[in-house]
Design a binder for this molecule. Structure first.
Ligand code: AMP
Ligand code: MG
Length: 645
């Protein structure tokens, strides 16, 4: 365990110099390139997925000879210039049949024809082929019923690939198609780039590998697997060496060992220079020239650290997975691809409009992950961000847009070019924007079986309603309580929206099962006891949440300890109580059950859908409604603790 000294090491050192993204990339490039790409010579079948190390020129013509494309007769076009259905032209048949693999012997002289198969070499004298379907046998001769232009149905030598022509370029990834071209040229071995061996290390005392068990305050290592996969996606050979605790000596040892056997080293975490973050200090002494950039004016990803140690790139990615992934793709993948002999990634872009204002930090190039949905006038780009610690903001995005360093926001309605994460964008058939519920996943799941793609964007009930009013989604799931009418959801609908009833969720007070203070209570009694016990810490909900309204009523104006702990989700409440950060709160029954908490029912919450009437007849909307009302979905909802309406 490292010792944390309150004053000196908890105060973050400043980043030495924050470089612009472009400047950092240029310096990194200059320290690494030009360099030779090591090569392997591999047999053709083993070349799949590898990258060509050099251009390939065709050593022969393909096809190697003039070749018939059809089954028919080789002849002279001039002989049949007058042929028609009414006036066929009769030609004598030469005494040979040219099959595939048969070299012709006889010349095609005027008024004669030679039978030829698809792929057969065109004989001397012939300049066209007629299809067998346009001929008729006639007493040892053949009647041709249609005229032909010279060259008809002949592929001439070298028309596919001409000898000496560059047919494949260095940097191309070898797929079945490239294998086919190489085979057609007779090439049995190819020079391919050798994949750089990349060592990957995660750093942090808090990390547990997937498959392990989390102790309190621990998290699973997501960067290790992410970076290893991203390295492979970009042509590297990934060697994940596990997670190392934040201990300078063991880290340095692991880094030196990794560098001695690999071409590149990628770490994550430990760059923010908080207490115990030591990797950057080690990097500085691993080899010349050392640190290239520590701190890049890039968001997400400011704490990125780039170094070159004795010619090998050493990179420390930020700890937060979305930042790690994004900086890898933006700053590291291009370098890795170049070391792997690969062409730069070609990113597809689409034009979209931003439906909401997106704030941005002045002075940093900011990349905003977005989900694309179909709006009335083209694509809309919804930010998927849930904060820099959220992995889903990257994983569930279609792409990203860029806000320049000099702008402090992008207004609603702005035009934006969205760079896609994959070459093809599939716009969802069904767009659901609003409050999320695990029941929602159950109802949406059957759509995938019929090939419908649904996109759920969780922005809360009010955000969903606003999106529905603007026509940006098909449906908005909501659970809004109207105090005046004491009813759910209906009072919030406006013109153009209609209510589709969803399901009920029982709201209740939760506490740990072994907490004797609440033994034998109902919900009201439990709150009364909590209010008279100074040690009973509550966890509240965020203002605006339906649950918060219920809680405030139960509290009757009291603000007990814990009132200002106001997380935004049912799960966060349950986690706080289960982990002992709080003693009681209000959440829904399925969540209480999932966290093993005692549950004291209080009131039914209505989780319904605001349907955009104009979209009601869309097949995907109809499919969703059918699913909602199906026996299958209703049974699944009941199993999960919900009560279908
Ligand atoms: P650091 O840069 O080490 O201060 O880490 C910043 C944040 O990223 C902390 O919340 C870390 O727990 C988190 N983090 C660091 N490494 C990983 C990892 N490999 N997987 C998931 N989260 C990580
Ligand atoms: Mg760390």
């Amino acid at each position: 365990m490292k010792a944390i000294q309150p004053n000196a090491s908890l105060a973050q050192e400043q980043f030495l110099t924050i470089l612009s993204r472009e400047e950092a990339a240029a310096r990194f490039d200059a320290a690494l390139f030009p360099r030779d790409v090591p090569q392997d010579s591999v047999a053709l079948p083993d070349a799949l997925g590898r990258v060509l190390a050099r251009d390939v020129c065709a050593p022969i013509d393909v096809p190697p000879f003039d070749r018939s494309n059809v089954d028919g007769f080789a002849l002279r076009a001039a002989d049949i210039a007058q042929a028609s259905e009414a006036t066929p032209v009769r030609l004598a048949i030469n005494d040979e049949t040219i099959a595939c693999g048969t070299a012709p012997r006889l010349r095609v002289t005027p008024q004669t024809a030679t039978p030829i198969a698809t792929g057969g070499p065109v004989p001397r004298g012939a300049d066209a082929i007629v299809m067998i379907e346009q001929t008729q046998p006639a007493d040892g001769a053949v009647d041709v019923r249609r005229a032909a232009t010279p060259g008809q149905f002949i592929s001439s030598a070298g028309s596919d690939m001409a000898r000496g022509e560059t047919v494949l370029r260095a940097g191309v990834e070898i797929t079945a198609r490239e294998i086919g071209m190489l085979a057609a040229c007779g090439i049995a071995r190819v020079d391919v780039a050798r994949a750089p061996r990349v060592a990957i290390l995660s750093t942090g005392d808090e990390l547990v590998q997937p498959g392990g068990v989390l102790a309190p305050a621990q998290i699973f290592d997501s960067n290790g697997p992410i970076v290893a996969a991203a390295v492979r996606e970009n042509g590297g050979e990934a060697d994940f060496l596990g997670a190392i605790a934040d201990d300078e000596a063991s880290l340095e040892q692991a880094m030196r060992a990794a560098l001695s056997t690999h071409d590149m080293l990628i770490l994550s975490g430990g760059t923010s220079k908080g207490a115990g973050d030591v990797t950057h200090r080690i990097v500085a002494r691993l080899g010349a020239p050392g640190l290239i950039a520590h701190g890049v004016a890039l968001k997400p990803g400011k704490p990125l650290c780039l170094a070159v140690c004795d010619g090998k790139p050493v990179v420390i990615l930020p700890g937060f997975p979305t930042s790690a992934m994004f900086t890898f793709h933006d700053m590291i993948a291009p370098v890795l691809r170049r070391m792997a002999g690969r062409a730069p990634r070609t990113d597809a872009q689409v034009a979209a409009t931003t439906p909401v204002r997106i704030a941005s930090e002045l002075g940093r190039t900011e990349f905003v992950m977005v989900s694309l949905v179909e709006g009335a006038d083209g694509l809309l780009a919804y930010p998927t961000g849930k904060g820099s610690g959220a992995i889903t903001s990257f994983a569930q995005a279609d792409g990203f847009l860029r806000i320049e360093a000099l702008a402090d926001h992008l207004p609603a309605g702005a035009h934006a070019d969205v760079t896609l994460f994959s070459a093809h964008l599939r716009v969802p058939d069904l767009t659901i924007i609003g409050s999320h519920c695990t029941g929602l996943d159950l109802v949406v799941a059957p759509l995938a079986r019929v090939g419908l793609l649904a996109r759920i964007i969780a922005v809360g009930s009010l955000g969903g309603l606003a999106a529905a009013r603007r026509g940006e989604c098909d449906l908005a799931p909501i659970h809004l309580f109207d105090e005046k009418t004491e009813t759910y959801n209906t009072p919030f609908l406006s013109e153009g929206l209609e209510l589709v009833e969803g399901w009920r969720r029982m709201q209740g007070i939760v506490h740990r099962r072994d907490d004797a203070r609440f033994a034998g209570c109902d919900a009201r009694e439990a709150v009364a006891r909590a209010l008279s016990d100074n040690d009973a810490l509550m966890v509240n909900r965020n203002p605006g949440a339906g649950t918060r309204i219920l809680l405030d009523r139960l509290l009757g104006g009291a603000k007990p300890e814990g009132y200002w702990n106001q997380p935004k989700s049912h799960n966060a409440v349950a986690a706080a109580v289960a982990q002992g950060r709080a003693d009681w709160g209000m959440t829904i029954a399925p969540v209480a059950e999932a966290y093993g908490l005692a549950f004291l029912p209080f009131a039914q919450e209505h989780y319904d859908w605001a349907l955009v009437s104009a979209r009601k007849n869309k097949p995907a909307v109809q499919a969703l409604l059918a699913s909602l009302h199906s026996d299958e979905s209703r049974a699944a909802l009941v199993r999960a603790g919900f009560t279908p309406a």
